[in-house]
Design a protein around this ligand. Sequence first.
Ligand SMILES: O=C(O)C(=O)C[C@]1(C(=O)O)C=C[C@@H](O)C=C1
Length: 106
Amino acid sequence: QETTPKAPDSSLNTLQINRKKIDSLDKQLMRLIGEREIAVREIGIYKAKNNIPPLQAGRFRQVLEKSIIAGEKEGLSANFVTEMMNAIHKESLRIEDEIKLKFHGK
Ligand SMILES: O=C(O)C(=O)C[C@]1(C(=O)O)C=C[C@@H](O)C=C1
């Protein structure tokens, strides 16, 4: 592979093992985020039925705060966790806005 620099056999083996691990963890990440968005979808239906806006800034502040604390325990920077959770939140709002539009027949 042109992207893989030459390495001694033992470290090449380690590289391959760690890349396999990463591939598996990335798949689990997508499954977990997908599962999270299934719950978001259900919340979106509830909000649409009850005329509650998708964006709940106070709730998201709590979500972010908990994630920053959990991330710090895993050695992740608050900045990284904030960017990642903002991206997830943006996807949640896309999903909930879509549900809202469908529910109100637009
Ligand atoms: O808790 C909610 O009300 C949600 O819809 C979940 C969620 C999230 O993804 O964490 C999404 C949108 C809101 O702005 C707040 C939080």
